[in-house]
Write a new protein. Structure first.
Length: 141
């Protein structure tokens, strides 16, 4: 899959394209399904490179959240990075996603998203060392 990368138990998806909101939702849904099919623990989806649409309506956020939750199931953790103007101040899309069993959140930067994912690692999971700058194995215990 284009723009999809697996590093350890984590997927990274960083697409760049001019698309409609519906196309963006489908692209991320496909990446989520791929990560889940591979049995990965979590996924970082950076959608800041997707342009061509305005902030979605509440109904569009509902459709997005439902589709992504169905694809992720209740085991894949998903951290979404979006342009600040697309993030609802009350994170209604995240609430809808979580209400459908998804484990995820939305962020304005990769650093915030990685920190959130790293704080939720399961037993025996480690992020790749190049993503843990300044951390040691002892500090993880």
């Amino acid at each position: 899959m284009k723009d999809f990368e697996q590093v350890g138990t984590r997927a990274f998806y960083r697409p760049i394209a001019q698309v409609s909101f519906e196309q963006a939702v489908d692209m991320v849904a496909q990446a989520i399904a791929t990560a889940r099919d591979l049995g990965l623990a979590d996924m970082l989806a950076n959608t800041t490179g997707l342009t061509g649409f305005t902030p979605p309506s509440v109904f569009a956020r509902y459709a997005m959240s439902t589709k992504w939750a169905q694809n992720a199931g209740n085991t894949l953790r998903v951290a979404l990075i979006a342009r600040a103007e697309l993030i609802d101040s009350q994170k209604i899309g995240v609430l809808m996603y979580q209400n459908r069993g998804g484990i995820g959140d939305v962020f304005a930067s990769e650093a915030e998203a990685l920190a959130w994912l790293d704080a939720r690692q399961g037993p025996g999971q480690r992020s790749p060392s190049f993503l843990n700058r300044g951390r040691t194995e002892e500090s993880d215990q």
